[in-house]
Design a protein around this ligand. Sequence first.
Ligand SMILES: Cc1cc2nc3c(=O)[nH]c(=O)nc-3n(C[C@H](O)[C@H](O)[C@H](O)COP(=O)(O)O)c2cc1C
Length: 187
Amino acid sequence: MDAMECMLGRQSTPAGLLVEPTPSDEDMLQLLEVAMRAPDHGALRPWRFLVIRDERRHALGDIFADSLAKREPDATAEDIEKARGKAVRAPLVLAVWAEIVEGHAKVPAVEQVVATGAATQNLLNALHAQGYQAILVTGAPCYDENVKGPLGLAPKDVLVGFIHIGTAKSATPVKKRPDPAEYLQIW
Ligand SMILES: Cc1cc2nc3c(=O)[nH]c(=O)nc-3n(C[C@H](O)[C@H](O)[C@H](O)COP(=O)(O)O)c2cc1C
């Protein structure tokens, strides 16, 4: 597919519509070749990706549930089950984070997060090019040390989000996109 046509065709699919097939772990390495082409000040390679599939998604769901119970002691049992269920909507979840080098002379933390965001977008485009669907989500778990810790992040690291990946069981209506002219000024 033409690269422009491909990128213009990418859009997110709600996690609940995603089913198998998913890329294998080997496929993920190929897809991540595209992520590795992201702009990266100082070549710090701040991006980290964690594959969570099959039974491990339930472990992630437990982390979401436990963290909500700690974050919001008044959360109902229903709220907690809802949080747990967020990990198992799609067959494959990829946690993406920036492993931050603190106090870098030239590359502040925000640039390391931007590089990881760029890698994430490259990956979303690569997934689309390979015929998969996906969505990047965050929510309160991304800002919760009780989620970051068990996934292997230090408090300084930034959990950019969870990419839910699979094949759409039904098509999502094509979205109307903003007019770029409204976002461009010529100085
Ligand atoms: C950093 C970031 C976090 C996001 N978190 C959520 C989220 O928690 N829940 C959600 O429904 N969409 C979230 N989104 C938006 C979706 O990823 C997606 O962009 C949106 O549904 C629009 O779809 P599109 O990609 O087809 O434009 C987030 C996007 C970004 C960039």
